[in-house]
Design a protein. Structure first.
Length: 135
């Protein structure tokens, strides 16, 4: 009987540990939305400035074109999030309504090193603001 109680406690403990360790992918990311006080504070302290990151991502696209002409990309690119210390540049929505969410696919610029990469991430996150940072 005592062995059965211990076995039940162990099973219950394993279930609790399993449930508490499960999280969604975006919960693991540090996300800072454009237009928030946290965004402004982060940008003030980042070694790579917002303006410099803009120029880095534009130059990256110029040298690595994807699906649209360079000039059109330059007009359509916008930053809505900083994720895990990366400035994330995606395309603006075409319609002037508040987006339900933004795909995280786009050009990611590391705010510490200036390293740049294209990230094909299909995660959708709700944007704080319809307007993002762009030049």
């Amino acid at each position: 009987m005592e062995a059965l109680k211990i076995k039940n406690y162990i099973i219950l403990l394993l279930i609790v540990l399993t449930l508490t360790s499960c999280t969604k992918g975006e919960d693991k990311m540090e996300i800072i939305g454009y237009g928030t006080p946290e965004f402004e504070e982060f940008v003030k302290k980042a070694p790579i400035s917002l303006d410099k990151s803009w120029n880095i991502q534009i130059e990256f696209y110029k040298n690595n074109p994807k699906n649209m002409e360079y000039d059109l990309y330059k007009q359509s690119s916008s930053l809505y999030f900083i994720i895990d210390k990366y400035y994330v540049y995606t395309l603006r929505p075409l319609m002037k309504t508040k987006p339900k969410g933004k795909l995280l696919s786009g050009i990611w610029v590391n705010s510490l090193s200036g390293e740049v990469k294209y990230n094909n991430n299909d995660t959708i996150i709700e944007a704080e603001s319809f307007l993002g940072y762009s030049k």
